[in-house]
Design a protein around this ligand. Structure first.
Ligand code: HEC
Ligand SMILES: [Cu+2]
Length: 337
C-alpha cells in the first residue's frame, strides 16, 4: 500500500491564503452591488447587509453550541448512558420559535424593500431598452431619442425602464445602480433607477444568451442635469451632413453596400434598418460593439473589416469592402457626433 503523502498544515494554510488573495485581487475595482450609487441599489444593499449580519449571528451561535457540546459532553471513561432529553417540551418550543421569529423579521424587511422597488416614481424619465444578440437598443420614448449601448441619466432623477427582448432572454444589470432584471421575448419587464452619484457605471448582460453573451456590455453615464440636457439636445439633432469629399464618399458607400438594411441614420434617406444599432450619433458614444472597442478611427476600421472576427458570433456580417471604402465609411462615421 502506498501511504498518502503528508502535507504540513502550514503549507495548506499558505495555499488557502494565496488563493484568497488572488481571488480578492481579481475582484478589486470590479463593479459591486455593495457600493451602491443609486437610491434603489442602496435599498438592496442595505437589506443585504442586515440579512448578512443576521446570518453571521446565527452562524456564530450555532457553531458555538456545536463546539461547546462536542467538547463539554464528549465521551469519557466510566461514562454510562447520557441523560436522555428526547421530548423536552421547553427545548422543542425554543428551537421552533427562534427560527420562526428570525424568518418573520427577514420576511417583513424583504417585503418592505420589494414593495418599495416595485413602485415606480411618478416623475421618471421613460426609457425602453431592447436586448438583442449582442447589443442594447435604447429608446427615450418621451424625448424621441434612439441610441445604443450607452444610457445617459441625470443625477437625482428617476428613470423608469421598460425592458424587452428581440430574440432570446437577456438580463439588464448595472451592479452599482440596481438589481438584475430579465428582458424576455414577448413579455415586458420594468425597473427603475434613481442615481445619486455622478459617474460612469458598467453594465453587463447577466443571462447567458449565446456566443457573445460576455461581450454584451453597456455603460450608464450619470450626469448633472445641465450636462444631461446638453446631451439630449445633441441627440435630438438630425445627423451631421457630410462636408469633406471622403465623408461624401462614405455616405455614397453606405447606401451602395447594404448598411441601410440593418442601420438607421436619421436624415439619410433609406437608412432605416433596425437590425443593428442606430448610427445617427454613433461618434458621440465612447465605445462600439457594446463595450468591446473604444470609439476611434482605427477600431472602426478593424470592426468594419471583420465584425465576427472582433466579436465572436456578431450578427453584422463581414462585408466585401475595399480598404478605400472602409476609409470613406470611417471618415463619415467619425463625423456623426
Ligand atoms: C445584416 C445586418 C447588418 C449590416 C448589413 C450592417 N450592419 Fe453594422 N451592425 C449590425 C449589428 C447587429 C451590429 C451590432 C453588433 C454587436 O455589437 O453585437 C452592428 C454594429 C455596427 C457598428 C457599431 C455601432 C455601435 O454603436 O456599437 C457600426 C459602426 C456599424 N455596424 C456600421 C455598419 C456599416 C458602415 C455597415 C455597411 C458597410 C453595416 N454596419 C452593415 C448589423 C449590420
Ligand atoms: Cu444577452
Amino acid at each position: 500500500m502506498i501511504a498518502a503523502p503528508k502535507i504540513p498544515f502550514s503549507r495548506i494554510l499558505l495555499a488557502i491564503t494565496s488563493l484568497s488573495i488572488l481571488v480578492l485581487a481579481g475582484c478589486a475595482g470590479a463593479p459591486t452591488m455593495v457600493a451602491p450609487a443609486s437610491e434603489n441599489a442602496a435599498m438592496i444593499s442595505d437589506l443585504f447587509m442586515i440579512l448578512f449580519v443576521i446570518a453571521v449571528i446565527v452562524f456564530v451561535i450555532v457553531e458555538f453550541l456545536l463546539f461547546y457540546s462536542v467538547i463539554r459532553f464528549r465521551r469519557r471513561a466510566n461514562d454510562g448512558t447520557p441523560e436522555q432529553i428526547h421530548g423536552n417540551t421547553k427545548f422543542e418550543i425554543a428551537w421552533t420559535a427562534a427560527p420562526a421569529v428570525v424568518l418573520a423579521v427577514i420576511f417583513v424587511l424583504t417585503w418592505q424593500t420589494l414593495s418599495a422597488l416595485a413602485t415606480t416614481p411618478a416623475d421618471a424619465i421613460q426609457i425602453k431598452v431592447t436586448g438583442h444578440q449582442w447589443w442594447w437598443d435604447v429608446e427615450y420614448t418621451g424625448l424621441g431619442i434612439v441610441t445604443a449601448n450607452e444610457i445617459h441619466l441625470p443625477v437625482g432623477k428617476a428613470a423608469a425602464f421598460t425592458l424587452e427582448a428581440k430574440d432570446v432572454i437577456h438580463s439588464f444589470w448595472v451592479p452599482e445602480l440596481g438589481g438584475k432584471t430579465d428582458l424576455i421575448p414577448g413579455h415586458t419587464n420594468r425597473m427603475w433607477i434613481r442615481p445619486t452619484q455622478i459617474g460612469s457605471y458598467h453594465g453587463q448582460c447577466a443571462e447567458f444568451c449565446g456566443t457573445s453573451h460576455a461581450n454584451m456590455r453597456f455603460a450608464v453615464v450619470v450626469q448633472s442635469q445641465a450636462d444631461f440636457d446638453a446631451w439630449v439636445a445633441q441627440q435630438k439633432q438630425s445627423s451631421v451632413v457630410a462636408t469633406t469629399d471622403l465623408q461624401k464618399k462614405g455616405v455614397e458607400t453606405i447606401s451602395t453596400v447594404g448598411c441601410q438594411a440593418c442601420h438607421t441614420i436619421n436624415g439619410v434617406s433609406a437608412m432605416v434598418g433596425k437590425v443593428g444599432p442606430n448610427l445617427t450619433h454613433v461618434a458621440s458614444r465612447k465605445q462600439i460593439a457594446s463595450g468591446i472597442l473604444d470609439f476611434n478611427a482605427a477600431n472602426l476600421h478593424t470592426w468594419l473589416s471583420d465584425p465576427p472576427g472582433v466579436k465572436p458570433g456578431a450578427l453584422m456580417p463581414r462585408l466585401p469592402l475595399t480598404s478605400e471604402q472602409i476609409d470613406a465609411l470611417v471618415a463619415y462615421l467619425t463625423s456623426l457626433k
